[in-house]
Design a binder for this molecule. Structure first.
Ligand SMILES: C[S@@+](CC[C@H](N)C(=O)[O-])C[C@H]1O[C@@H](n2cnc3c(N)ncnc32)[C@H](O)[C@@H]1O
Length: 334
């Protein structure tokens, strides 16, 4: 039996994966997908619409077709792929261009990641150490563009009938609280986040007309204290920012603050228990070296352990966004 010969195809794709990012960012910057949706869907019409000419339009469309972001008919008419049509066409409710490009400023850091890893420096709040209202506004314009869809999905899947008050730890734009109050009659909610983010969360809450039932308050969730009177706690998309000891401490504080019978939903970028992927959560963990946080990726089993150690019961692990986010939920005995 001869062993199957390996080749360099996979390694070459990974080595040049940043070319794929470059093609996607150029298409977003030039609003290519919006123009295709609007009818500029051939090489010459797109080249004219986005002012890059025929030669560059052909180059870019070939790459986007190779990436399966667009399809091409035999007569040279291009169409957006289904996910592109939903999330990358300006003016559509799902438009998430801000989220797709919000890590662009870190591009250079990924190119010198070995230096970053060798420095082994850490700062307690990582990228949130030098947050300003202005940078928080830019950041959460991006999280809001993807977070409202995630929040709608959460409130479709989790029944909060009869619940009184949510606390959302590291709630960012307030998406989960805003949609919660819109979905569940009478439900109130408080977004807890760092002071510059609170200013921005209040803007999103007001923009959605929910200021009567949703508030935002400054709180470092690694320190507390957390508000009393909440029977739901949500914590979404901040798992890799902190280490195991911090999570054990945070989840224990959540348990203490929740009303008896209350529920906690940790929605995190979790690894499989064998730490063999998925790739997105593993890269979020690696990313944390760049802002020099103390964080890393956590497995589903580790998260279940944080809830168990705090005293939560009826713990469940539910896929939320495939290969990206998992919901670990538990109940405080009532
Ligand atoms: C990726 S955003 C997620 C926002 C929101 N949960 C969502 O899913 O749309 C992470 C959030 O965690 C917040 N955060 C990180 N560390 C925090 C801490 N120690 N205390 C309070 N908020 C924190 C950040 O300010 C940021 O708003």
């Amino acid at each position: 039996m001869t062993e199957k010969r390996v080749n360099t195809v996979r390694l070459q794709r990974i080595a040049k994966a940043y070319w794929e990012t470059g093609a996607l960012f150029a298409a977003i910057d030039l609003d290519v997908f919006t123009h295709i949706d609007g009818g500029a869907n051939t090489v010459p019409s797109l080249g004219a619409a986005v002012k890059i000419g025929d030669l560059n339009a052909e180059r870019l469309l070939d790459a986007l077709a190779g990436l399966e972001l667009v399809t091409r008919s035999p007569d040279g008419v291009y169409a957006n792929a289904a996910d592109v049509e939903r999330f990358l066409v300006q003016g559509k409710r799902g438009y998430a261009g801000a989220w797709m490009t919000f890590m662009r400023e870190k591009w250079g850091d990924w190119g010198r990641l070995s230096e970053v890893l060798l420095s082994q420096e850490t700062e307690p709040l990582g990228m949130y150490d030098d947050l300003t209202v202005e940078s928080a506004r830019t950041y959460h314009k991006a999280t809001y563009s993807i977070g409202m869809g995630a929040a709608r999905k959460f409130h479709r899947e989790v029944d909060l009938t009869g619940r009184k008050r949510i606390m959302d730890l590291g709630g960012g734009s307030g998406a989960y609280c805003i949609v919660g109050a819109q979905t569940w009659p009478g439900l109130e909610a408080v977004v807890l986040d760092l002071p510059p983010v609170v200013t921005v969360a209040r803007e999103f809450i007001a923009e959605n007309g929910m200021s009567d039932r949703v508030t935002a308050e400054p709180c470092d969730f690694t320190k507390g204290p957390f508000p009393a009177g909440c029977d739901v706690a949500i914590q979404a998309s901040n798992l890799p920012i902190y280490d195991r000891a911090t999570w054990l401490h945070v989840v224990a504080m959540v348990f203490d603050a929740l009303e008896p019978g209350g529920e906690y939903h940790l929605i995190g970028e979790t690894l499989n228990d064998d730490r063999m992927g998925p790739i997105a959560p593993s890269l979020w963990g690696l990313y944390e070296a760049i802002p020099r946080s103390i964080g890393h990726a956590h497995t589903n089993a580790e998260c279940v352990g944080y809830l168990e150690a705090a005293g939560f019961r009826d713990i469940t692990v539910t896929e939320f966004i495939p290969e990206t986010l998992t919901r670990i939920s538990g109940r405080k005995p009532g």
